[in-house]
Design a protein around this ligand. Structure first.
Ligand code: SF4
Ligand code: SF4
Length: 352
């Protein structure tokens, strides 16, 4: 996503307050500016990769060197407008993580950043490039540099008036913008709630997440079989996990209701029936989830997760749909997890 304008229209300087006003006007909840340069947290990131904590997320390894310095991904870029968009931590608890219940946030963020880029180009002639999770950029690192918050012990960025239930995006540009002060405080203090409540003990230390144990990774990023010892810990989670955000006092105090209605949770994406999900064929699955970020797992991934949830619930009324999937699902991955779930339920209800 990039824009470059043919004719610069002069604008009264300084541009920074106008640019921020434009970003807030587009609906972003936080806006900060930073100069591009070496990433403060690159060493932490590369140590994390070397430790194997990224699991199958090889795309992180492929672009690792580019992430070392935010000037590398797009030559000529000098500054970033870093933005955050609230996705509402006040939503009720559910089996799908809050961020994934509305329309795909990438599209929502890109549309806004493209509009911001077009505005900047029209008024200054700048070339811009938008990033939302997809490029070789440590966006959280940039966000802290731009003053948007500190890294919680749960590894997420926390803002003192918004908590952590927000998306981060960045608009790179080839202008030398006056940067905001980086966020240097750490307001976690002695709190360890996120570490203590993680159901899979995925934190090896404060600020260090072993993604291979994290429910978000296991239900979304992992393409193959979920390791059997970890399946019970998934409990009722069909897609992602919000626990280490839900328990954070900064979210209790500062989560805000949605302002962007494109992110409004669809009724059938809060606590869907796993038996129904397991039985969906590919066209029905696309019709139901095609506009959401849930497409990341494809049908097979969500059906795999649904089978595990049914096995964890242990309700014999699910045996019919599970046995059908174990015998006839087109995906071997789903057949194996359905067979596992059948065994869980049978074992639980076997007469002693
Ligand atoms: S998302 Fe869930 S499983 Fe992952 S670290 Fe947080 S609490 Fe643990
Ligand atoms: S739960 Fe506590 S330790 Fe964890 S991120 Fe929030 S404030 Fe920090």
């Amino acid at each position: 996503m990039s824009s470059a304008g043919p004719a610069a229209r002069p604008i009264e300087r300084p541009i920074e307050p106008l640019l921020k006003a434009q970003a807030f006007g587009l609906g972003f909840d936080l806006v900060g500016l930073t100069a591009l340069g070496p990433a403060d947290t690159y060493k932490h990131f590369s140590d994390w990769l070397v430790a194997g904590h990224a699991g199958e997320m090889q795309y992180l390894e492929r672009g690792a060197e580019l992430r070392a310095d935010s000037r590398h991904p797009v030559p000529g870029m000098q500054s970033a407008v870093v933005v955050a968009l609230n996705y509402d931590g006040t939503q009720p608890d559910g089996t799908i993580a809050r961020y994934a219940r509305g329309d795909d946030y990438h599209r929502v963020m890109w549309d806004k950043l493209d509009e911001l880029g077009a505005w900047l180009t029209a008024h200054t002639g700048a070339t811009t490039r938008a990033f939302v999770d997809t490029g070789p950029v440590l966006e959280r690192d940039l966000a802290r540099r731009a003053g948007l918050g500190w890294f919680g012990k749960n590894t997420l960025l926390i803002h003192p008036q918004l908590g952590s239930f927000f998306f981060i995006g960045a608009l790179f540009c080839d202008l030398e913008l006056t940067p905001d002060a980086p966020f240097t405080a750490d307001h976690c203090g002695t709190c360890t709630r996120c570490l203590d409540h993680c159901p899979t003990q995925a934190f090896t230390a404060p600020h260090v997440l072993d993604a291979t144990r994290c429910i978000s990774y296991l239900t979304i990023e992992l393409k193959g079989a979920i390791p059997e010892p970890l399946r019970p810990a998934l409990d009722d989670h069909l897609y992602g996990c919000d626990i280490c955000q839900e328990v954070c006092p900064w979210n209790h105090k500062f989560s805000r209701p949605l302002t962007d209605m494109a992110l409004r949770p669809a009724d059938d994406r809060v606590r869907p029936d796993p038996a129904e999900l397991l039985a969906l064929d590919a066209p029905a699955w696309r019709a139901r989830f095609g506009k959401s970020a849930i497409t990341r797992t494809k049908r097979r991934g969500l059906a795999r997760n649904a089978a595990v949830v049914l096995g964890n619930r242990g309700d014999p009324s699910a045996l019919g749909v599970l046995e059908q999937a174990a015998a006839h699902d087109p995906e071997p991955l789903v057949r194996e997890h359905a067979a596992w779930a059948v065994e869980q339920i049978r074992t639980r209800h076997r007469p002693t």
